[in-house]
Design a protein around this ligand. Sequence first.
Ligand code: PAZ
Length: 375
Amino acid sequence: MTGSVDPAPVPAPAATHTPTPQREFTTDDYFQTQRPPANLKEKTEVMRAWVDKWAGVEGKNVVLVTSGGTTVPLEANTVRFLDNFSAGTRGATSAEYFLERGYAVLFLHRTHSLRPFSRHYSHSLNPFLDLLTITGDSIGVADPQAAKLLPILRAYNKAQAEGTILSVEFQTINDYLWLLRAATGIMAPLERRGMFYLAAAVSDFFLPEDRVAEHKIQSTKGSLSLEMDQVPKVLRPLVQEWTPEGYIVSFKLETDEDLLVPKARAALSRYGHQLVIGNELHKRKHEVVFVERKLREKSVGDDRIRGAETPPLADSDAEGAPAFRRDIKKKKEVFSETWLHLNQLAPNRPEAEIEEFIIDELLKRHQEWIDRGAK
Ligand code: PAZ
């Protein structure tokens, strides 16, 4: 049998946006072109008053904890947005331990993510209505739940009464970046007493506002293509300009465990901050690694001191080679790694949380940082 073969159907053209030539946003470009969130001014004033109060208390350390994921809205009247997995467990749990150890906590968190204290009774894990009992017309909490609730409620009431925690919300990557810059600038006068614990899972990509659709994107136009820009690496100005004396701890999340230490080292080399805490996605509640960098004077026999180039960094970022790299050329970088394994640290405490040990370890290192500054 002969016959003609029908040509393959031509697919309908996809509803792609005409790509605007991509810009590379430096941090300055970002803040010059992207509008601040509507309530930034009010939030800044509240943060300033709170930080000023604790700055006046001698010996009181203050920590900025960032927590939860950031969204990237696809529409200005937002129906859809890109998000990530973070529930804010690390940040909310850590904030409780910081408070217990006497820090004042500025808790910068994603709207509806977990909060210190109430996290123990989230609607999905431990719905609070299940704890309650009714006797006649009164409501109570039966044991054993009451015994567990009591220390949490006491710690919560203490923090509320003393005002040692201030919670400030963000939703989008843009809210986060503006609030982070404001909070960091406000905390800078604390100098070494200020710690920055950057545990939020921050989007690496965003849509500049001139490429965000105003109204709900219509599915009748076919498939959707998105081209996103890289979020500028704000850790650089944070370390080098916004708070040069602060004790800065960033987190590095990977799904390939072998990348954790090399990427943490690369971040320390690039930004020059004090500590990276590395964690693998699935093991993050049981093990973390503290990666630190020290600079040593080079010995005479060192190749690099005789004029060889500093080796290239493991990965580069949008803003090119920093001045910081030039400063360290004559010094040798030495890295240390300390692993924390929950099963070794608390073998007989099934309810122990790794954040307890993270915070204890951090407090020692922060105190050393304060003491070194006093010399
Ligand atoms: O919020 P969570 O407890 O579910 O997760 C915590 C975490 C993995 C987001 C945090 O420990 C972390 O690694 N933050 C930085 C992520 C990153 O931008 O690499």
